[in-house]
Design a protein around this ligand. Structure first.
Ligand SMILES: Nc1ncnc2c1ncn2[C@@H]1O[C@H](COP(=O)(O)OP(=O)(O)O)[C@@H](O)[C@H]1O
Ligand SMILES: [Mg+2]
Length: 289
Protein backbone atom coordinates (compact mmCIF):
# COMPACT_ATOMS: atom_id res chain seq x y z
CA UNK A 1 0.00 0.00 0.00
CA UNK A 2 1.24 3.41 -0.91
CA UNK A 3 2.11 5.99 1.67
CA UNK A 4 0.09 9.08 0.77
CA UNK A 5 1.63 12.48 1.39
CA UNK A 6 -0.14 15.80 0.89
CA UNK A 7 2.10 18.76 0.08
CA UNK A 8 0.16 21.66 1.52
CA UNK A 9 0.39 25.20 2.81
CA UNK A 10 -2.39 27.66 2.09
CA UNK A 11 0.18 30.32 1.31
CA UNK A 12 0.90 30.56 -2.40
CA UNK A 13 4.40 30.65 -3.83
CA UNK A 14 6.12 28.73 -1.03
CA UNK A 15 7.38 25.87 -3.18
CA UNK A 16 4.57 23.30 -2.92
CA UNK A 17 4.46 22.49 -6.63
CA UNK A 18 8.23 22.64 -7.06
CA UNK A 19 8.56 20.21 -4.16
CA UNK A 20 5.79 17.86 -5.27
CA UNK A 21 7.16 17.57 -8.83
CA UNK A 22 10.84 17.28 -8.00
CA UNK A 23 10.32 14.97 -5.05
CA UNK A 24 8.17 12.73 -7.25
CA UNK A 25 10.94 12.65 -9.85
CA UNK A 26 13.69 12.05 -7.28
CA UNK A 27 11.76 9.20 -5.66
CA UNK A 28 11.10 7.70 -9.08
CA UNK A 29 14.84 7.96 -9.82
CA UNK A 30 15.37 6.00 -6.60
CA UNK A 31 13.17 3.28 -8.12
CA UNK A 32 10.09 4.02 -6.06
CA UNK A 33 6.73 3.67 -7.77
CA UNK A 34 5.27 7.14 -7.50
CA UNK A 35 1.94 8.75 -8.33
CA UNK A 36 1.75 12.54 -8.32
CA UNK A 37 -1.74 13.99 -7.97
CA UNK A 38 -2.08 17.54 -9.27
CA UNK A 39 -4.86 18.85 -7.08
CA UNK A 40 -4.43 22.55 -7.83
CA UNK A 41 -6.74 24.07 -10.49
CA UNK A 42 -3.71 26.05 -11.70
CA UNK A 43 -2.38 22.79 -13.11
CA UNK A 44 1.24 23.83 -12.55
CA UNK A 45 2.39 20.39 -11.46
CA UNK A 46 0.83 18.93 -14.61
CA UNK A 47 2.64 21.39 -16.90
CA UNK A 48 5.90 21.03 -14.95
CA UNK A 49 5.65 17.27 -15.49
CA UNK A 50 5.54 17.79 -19.26
CA UNK A 51 1.81 17.12 -19.62
CA UNK A 52 -0.40 19.72 -21.31
CA UNK A 53 -3.13 20.61 -18.81
CA UNK A 54 -5.36 21.95 -21.60
CA UNK A 55 -5.77 18.55 -23.21
CA UNK A 56 -5.50 16.34 -20.12
CA UNK A 57 -8.89 14.70 -20.06
CA UNK A 58 -10.18 12.91 -18.07
CA UNK A 59 -8.33 14.45 -15.15
CA UNK A 60 -8.72 14.86 -11.40
CA UNK A 61 -12.06 16.58 -11.94
CA UNK A 62 -13.80 13.59 -13.53
CA UNK A 63 -12.14 11.27 -11.02
CA UNK A 64 -13.39 13.30 -8.05
CA UNK A 65 -16.89 13.39 -9.48
CA UNK A 66 -16.75 9.67 -10.23
CA UNK A 67 -17.30 10.34 -13.92
CA UNK A 68 -14.18 8.51 -15.11
CA UNK A 69 -12.11 5.65 -13.66
CA UNK A 70 -8.91 6.89 -12.06
CA UNK A 71 -6.88 4.36 -14.07
CA UNK A 72 -8.04 6.05 -17.24
CA UNK A 73 -7.01 9.51 -16.07
CA UNK A 74 -3.50 8.59 -14.88
CA UNK A 75 -0.69 9.23 -17.37
CA UNK A 76 3.00 8.37 -17.38
CA UNK A 77 5.61 11.09 -17.37
CA UNK A 78 9.06 11.33 -18.88
CA UNK A 79 10.60 11.22 -15.40
CA UNK A 80 9.05 7.79 -14.72
CA UNK A 81 6.41 8.77 -12.23
CA UNK A 82 2.69 8.60 -12.91
CA UNK A 83 0.52 11.71 -12.87
CA UNK A 84 -3.14 12.32 -12.21
CA UNK A 85 -3.39 15.61 -14.13
CA UNK A 86 -5.24 18.64 -12.84
CA UNK A 87 -6.49 21.89 -14.35
CA UNK A 88 -9.23 24.51 -13.99
CA UNK A 89 -11.85 21.78 -14.13
CA UNK A 90 -10.95 21.04 -10.51
CA UNK A 91 -12.62 24.31 -9.49
CA UNK A 92 -15.85 23.11 -11.09
CA UNK A 93 -15.48 19.75 -9.35
CA UNK A 94 -14.98 21.48 -6.01
CA UNK A 95 -18.18 23.47 -6.51
CA UNK A 96 -20.19 20.46 -7.61
CA UNK A 97 -19.02 18.49 -4.58
CA UNK A 98 -20.24 21.11 -2.13
CA UNK A 99 -23.57 19.38 -1.64
CA UNK A 100 -22.32 15.83 -2.08
CA UNK A 101 -22.37 13.18 0.59
CA UNK A 102 -18.94 12.35 2.01
CA UNK A 103 -17.55 15.21 0.00
CA UNK A 104 -14.25 15.26 1.92
CA UNK A 105 -13.44 11.61 1.24
CA UNK A 106 -13.83 11.50 -2.53
CA UNK A 107 -10.11 11.52 -3.26
CA UNK A 108 -9.42 8.95 -0.55
CA UNK A 109 -11.98 6.58 -2.13
CA UNK A 110 -10.45 7.03 -5.56
CA UNK A 111 -6.82 6.64 -4.48
CA UNK A 112 -7.72 3.44 -2.62
CA UNK A 113 -8.36 1.87 -6.04
CA UNK A 114 -4.75 2.31 -7.16
CA UNK A 115 -2.84 2.52 -3.86
CA UNK A 116 -1.45 -1.01 -4.15
CA UNK A 117 0.36 -0.10 -7.39
CA UNK A 118 2.50 2.60 -5.78
CA UNK A 119 5.03 3.02 -3.00
CA UNK A 120 4.19 6.65 -2.56
CA UNK A 121 1.47 9.03 -3.67
CA UNK A 122 2.17 12.78 -3.49
CA UNK A 123 -0.67 15.30 -3.66
CA UNK A 124 0.12 18.86 -4.76
CA UNK A 125 -2.49 21.02 -2.98
CA UNK A 126 -3.90 24.40 -4.00
CA UNK A 127 -3.12 27.50 -1.92
CA UNK A 128 -6.25 27.27 0.21
CA UNK A 129 -7.74 25.17 2.99
CA UNK A 130 -10.99 24.53 1.14
CA UNK A 131 -12.55 21.31 -0.08
CA UNK A 132 -9.74 20.18 -2.38
CA UNK A 133 -7.16 20.48 0.39
CA UNK A 134 -9.54 18.83 2.85
CA UNK A 135 -9.85 15.92 0.42
CA UNK A 136 -6.06 15.69 0.23
CA UNK A 137 -5.69 15.76 4.03
CA UNK A 138 -8.41 13.14 4.42
CA UNK A 139 -6.68 10.84 1.94
CA UNK A 140 -3.16 11.34 3.33
CA UNK A 141 -1.06 9.55 5.93
CA UNK A 142 1.39 12.42 6.05
CA UNK A 143 1.50 16.16 5.50
CA UNK A 144 4.59 17.80 4.05
CA UNK A 145 4.64 21.56 4.61
CA UNK A 146 6.98 23.66 2.49
CA UNK A 147 7.96 26.85 4.28
CA UNK A 148 9.62 29.64 2.38
CA UNK A 149 12.63 31.04 4.21
CA UNK A 150 11.49 34.65 4.32
CA UNK A 151 9.84 37.09 6.70
CA UNK A 152 6.37 36.01 7.77
CA UNK A 153 7.29 32.40 6.98
CA UNK A 154 5.34 31.20 10.00
CA UNK A 155 2.32 33.30 9.18
CA UNK A 156 -0.64 31.10 8.40
CA UNK A 157 0.97 27.96 9.78
CA UNK A 158 -1.32 28.07 12.81
CA UNK A 159 -4.46 27.97 10.66
CA UNK A 160 -2.97 25.08 8.71
CA UNK A 161 -2.27 23.25 11.96
CA UNK A 162 -5.79 24.03 13.24
CA UNK A 163 -7.12 22.46 10.05
CA UNK A 164 -4.93 19.40 10.63
CA UNK A 165 -6.36 19.10 14.14
CA UNK A 166 -9.94 19.34 12.86
CA UNK A 167 -9.24 16.79 10.10
CA UNK A 168 -7.75 14.41 12.67
CA UNK A 169 -10.77 14.75 14.92
CA UNK A 170 -13.44 14.33 12.31
CA UNK A 171 -12.09 12.82 9.12
CA UNK A 172 -8.68 11.20 9.39
CA UNK A 173 -7.25 10.37 12.83
CA UNK A 174 -4.15 8.84 11.20
CA UNK A 175 -2.91 12.09 9.65
CA UNK A 176 0.67 12.85 10.71
CA UNK A 177 2.93 15.78 10.04
CA UNK A 178 5.59 14.32 7.80
CA UNK A 179 7.71 17.40 8.17
CA UNK A 180 8.29 21.07 7.51
CA UNK A 181 10.57 21.69 4.56
CA UNK A 182 12.59 24.87 4.30
CA UNK A 183 12.48 26.13 0.71
CA UNK A 184 14.11 28.96 -1.26
CA UNK A 185 16.88 29.17 1.30
CA UNK A 186 19.20 31.99 0.31
CA UNK A 187 22.75 31.62 1.56
CA UNK A 188 23.48 35.28 0.89
CA UNK A 189 21.28 36.58 3.64
CA UNK A 190 20.67 35.72 7.23
CA UNK A 191 16.94 35.25 6.93
CA UNK A 192 17.23 31.52 6.34
CA UNK A 193 18.98 31.08 9.67
CA UNK A 194 16.41 33.21 11.45
CA UNK A 195 13.53 31.29 9.94
CA UNK A 196 15.28 27.99 10.72
CA UNK A 197 15.70 28.98 14.36
CA UNK A 198 12.04 29.96 14.64
CA UNK A 199 10.85 26.78 12.98
CA UNK A 200 13.03 24.57 15.17
CA UNK A 201 11.83 26.45 18.24
CA UNK A 202 8.19 25.80 17.37
CA UNK A 203 8.34 22.44 15.65
CA UNK A 204 11.51 20.68 16.86
CA UNK A 205 12.39 17.56 14.92
CA UNK A 206 9.42 17.98 12.61
CA UNK A 207 11.69 20.35 10.69
CA UNK A 208 13.27 18.22 7.96
CA UNK A 209 17.06 18.16 7.77
CA UNK A 210 17.12 18.74 4.04
CA UNK A 211 17.03 22.34 2.91
CA UNK A 212 16.02 23.46 -0.57
CA UNK A 213 18.21 26.38 -1.69
CA UNK A 214 17.00 29.21 -3.85
CA UNK A 215 18.20 28.05 -7.27
CA UNK A 216 17.28 29.63 -10.58
CA UNK A 217 17.38 26.26 -12.37
CA UNK A 218 14.44 25.12 -10.22
CA UNK A 219 12.46 28.13 -11.41
CA UNK A 220 13.40 27.53 -15.06
CA UNK A 221 12.66 23.81 -15.26
CA UNK A 222 8.81 24.03 -15.29
CA UNK A 223 8.77 26.10 -18.46
CA UNK A 224 10.58 23.20 -20.14
CA UNK A 225 8.05 20.73 -18.76
CA UNK A 226 10.78 18.89 -16.91
CA UNK A 227 11.60 18.06 -13.32
CA UNK A 228 14.95 19.43 -12.26
CA UNK A 229 16.91 16.21 -12.60
CA UNK A 230 16.02 16.00 -16.28
CA UNK A 231 16.56 19.72 -16.85
CA UNK A 232 19.85 20.12 -14.95
CA UNK A 233 20.80 17.15 -12.86
CA UNK A 234 23.95 18.69 -11.46
CA UNK A 235 22.25 21.86 -10.22
CA UNK A 236 22.06 22.54 -6.52
CA UNK A 237 18.29 22.32 -6.75
CA UNK A 238 18.49 18.81 -8.21
CA UNK A 239 20.92 17.69 -5.52
CA UNK A 240 18.72 19.14 -2.80
CA UNK A 241 15.62 17.27 -3.97
CA UNK A 242 17.56 14.04 -4.28
CA UNK A 243 18.69 14.62 -0.71
CA UNK A 244 15.10 15.18 0.38
CA UNK A 245 14.04 11.93 -1.29
CA UNK A 246 16.84 10.13 0.59
CA UNK A 247 15.77 11.67 3.88
CA UNK A 248 12.17 10.62 3.34
CA UNK A 249 13.14 7.09 2.41
CA UNK A 250 15.23 6.85 5.56
CA UNK A 251 12.48 8.30 7.76
CA UNK A 252 10.09 5.79 6.32
CA UNK A 253 12.47 3.10 7.51
CA UNK A 254 12.81 4.67 10.91
CA UNK A 255 16.36 5.85 10.36
CA UNK A 256 15.71 9.26 11.75
CA UNK A 257 19.34 10.09 12.36
CA UNK A 258 20.01 11.36 8.88
CA UNK A 259 23.43 12.89 8.47
CA UNK A 260 23.06 16.23 6.83
CA UNK A 261 25.65 18.83 6.13
CA UNK A 262 24.91 22.46 5.74
CA UNK A 263 28.19 23.83 4.44
CA UNK A 264 28.55 27.52 4.65
CA UNK A 265 27.92 29.04 1.30
CA UNK A 266 26.68 25.79 -0.12
CA UNK A 267 23.70 23.95 1.15
CA UNK A 268 24.31 20.29 0.55
CA UNK A 269 21.23 18.33 1.18
CA UNK A 270 22.38 15.02 2.46
CA UNK A 271 25.30 12.79 3.27
CA UNK A 272 24.51 9.14 3.49
CA UNK A 273 25.28 6.60 6.17
CA UNK A 274 28.00 4.03 5.58
CA UNK A 275 25.35 1.34 5.58
CA UNK A 276 23.35 3.00 2.84
CA UNK A 277 21.93 0.34 0.59
CA UNK A 278 22.18 0.11 -3.16
CA UNK A 279 19.18 2.26 -3.86
CA UNK A 280 20.62 5.07 -1.85
CA UNK A 281 23.98 4.57 -3.51
CA UNK A 282 22.17 4.97 -6.81
CA UNK A 283 20.81 8.26 -5.61
CA UNK A 284 24.28 9.47 -4.70
CA UNK A 285 25.63 8.36 -8.06
CA UNK A 286 23.19 10.61 -9.78
CA UNK A 287 24.74 13.68 -8.29
CA UNK A 288 28.31 12.53 -8.33
CA UNK A 289 28.34 11.95 -12.05
N1 LIG B 1 14.04 26.67 -4.52
C1 LIG B 1 13.62 27.54 -5.44
N2 LIG B 1 14.50 28.37 -6.04
C2 LIG B 1 14.07 29.26 -6.95
N3 LIG B 1 12.79 29.40 -7.35
C3 LIG B 1 11.88 28.60 -6.79
C4 LIG B 1 12.24 27.62 -5.82
N4 LIG B 1 11.11 26.96 -5.44
C5 LIG B 1 10.10 27.50 -6.15
N5 LIG B 1 10.55 28.48 -6.96
C6 LIG B 1 9.74 29.33 -7.85
O1 LIG B 1 8.89 30.11 -7.02
C7 LIG B 1 7.57 30.16 -7.56
C8 LIG B 1 6.57 29.55 -6.60
O2 LIG B 1 6.88 28.18 -6.42
P1 LIG B 1 5.76 27.06 -6.46
O3 LIG B 1 6.44 25.75 -6.27
O4 LIG B 1 4.90 27.21 -7.66
O5 LIG B 1 4.94 27.44 -5.15
P2 LIG B 1 3.45 27.02 -4.71
O6 LIG B 1 3.11 25.75 -5.40
O7 LIG B 1 3.55 26.88 -3.22
O8 LIG B 1 2.56 28.15 -5.11
C9 LIG B 1 7.64 29.44 -8.90
O9 LIG B 1 7.87 30.37 -9.90
C10 LIG B 1 8.84 28.51 -8.74
O10 LIG B 1 9.46 28.23 -9.98
MG1 LIG C 1 1.45 25.28 -6.61
Amino acid sequence: MARIIAVANQKGGVGKTTTAVNLAAALAAAKRKVLLVDFDPQGNATMASGVDKRVAKPNGCEVLLDEAPIEQAIVQTEAHYDLLPGNGDLTAAELKLMDAIARESRLKEQLAKVADRYDIILIDCPPSLHLLTLNALTAANGLLIPVQCEYFALEGLSSLLDTVKAVRQRLNPALEIEGLLRTMYDVRNNLGNEVSAQLTHHFGDKVLRSIIPRNVRLAEAPSHGQPIHLYDRSSRGAIAYIGLAGEMIRRERGHSAAAVHEHTGDVVAVALHDDADETLDDIVDIHQE
